[in-house]
Design a protein around this ligand. Structure first.
Ligand code: ZN
Length: 253
């Protein structure tokens, strides 16, 4: 994919969002995979041409490049690039969901929408990216939602998820996460179905009754519900809170 084709793809993706394209698209061999960042007043989407060529080659569909670009566009649209050092698993899933949604709108099949993630797994180099199965689930969810919205007369349905036991919040991360009855760490935003991307494990007999894990991330949870990142030399940091989930009361009439 040359830069002109990438620009064209970004233009089309943004068109399907009903917005005007205000992005700078550029090839950049310094970027490991693909990246979204702000430079000055420019909103940049950069991609490694070798990475993109490998993705296109192994998936044999142009949609794979479109889905990578759509994911990066979502980081801009959702405001994640305003805080470039923050890496939140929920943000990655939200962008994956958007890529599935937009690819459906653009006419891609589910397989085409999943193709890049199937071969690359980690499309976007982050320190705390969610596992591939969760990211595939997020793309599928977005793709299916676009399908439901395109059916005329479809009514909004709200899902009540009733197997949540805890709420998990991390400092500086606007996402809300939950623990479900199977001790899975899940992300969902009230409109989406929960997606499991990590686990809560029992660590009985220690000062920290639980560990919270996903990919290479590992945190401890103390008896008071404080989530700790265990650093070297005892430099432990409080990074979040885990609290019992109280189901919201439904409003009576
Ligand atoms: Zn990303």
């Amino acid at each position: 994919m040359n830069e002109a084709a990438a620009k064209e793809a970004v233009y089309r993706i943004v068109q399907h969002s009903g917005l005007l394209p205000t992005f700078t698209v550029r090839e950049d061999a310094q970027v490991r995979t693909a990246n979204a960042y702000i430079k000055g007043h420019e909103r940049v989407i950069a991609y490694n041409p070798g990475f993109m060529a490998r993705i296109l080659d192994s998936t044999r569909t142009d949609w794979s490049a479109v889905s990578v670009l759509a994911h990066e566009i979502a980081h801009h649209l959702l405001g994640h690039t305003l805080d470039p050092d923050a890496m939140h698993p929920g943000d990655e899933l939200a962008c994956d969901r958007y890529s599935g949604f937009i690819l459906h709108r653009m006419g891609a099949t589910l397989e085409e929408s999943l193709a890049a993630m199937e071969v690359a797994g980690n499309v976007h180099g982050t320190r705390s990216h969610p596992p591939k199965h969760a990211r595939l689930a997020a793309i599928r969810q977005g793709w299916e939602e676009a399908g439901r919205l395109s059916v005329p007369g479809d009514r909004l349905t709200f899902t009540f998820v009733n197997d949540l036991t805890h709420v998990v919040r991390f400092a500086g991360d606007a996402n809300t996460y939950y623990i479900n009855a199977r001790q899975e760490l899940v992300w969902f935003d009230q409109y989406a179905d929960p997606i499991a991307f990590g686990r809560l494990e029992n660590a009985a007999g220690t000062a920290y009754p639980f560990t919270l894990t996903w990919q290479d991330q590992r945190y401890r949870v103390d008896g008071g519900g404080t989530i700790w990142s265990m650093g070297a030399n005892g430099m432990d940091r409080q990074v979040g809170r885990m609290e019992p989930f109280v189901a919201p009361q439904r409003q009576g009439r």
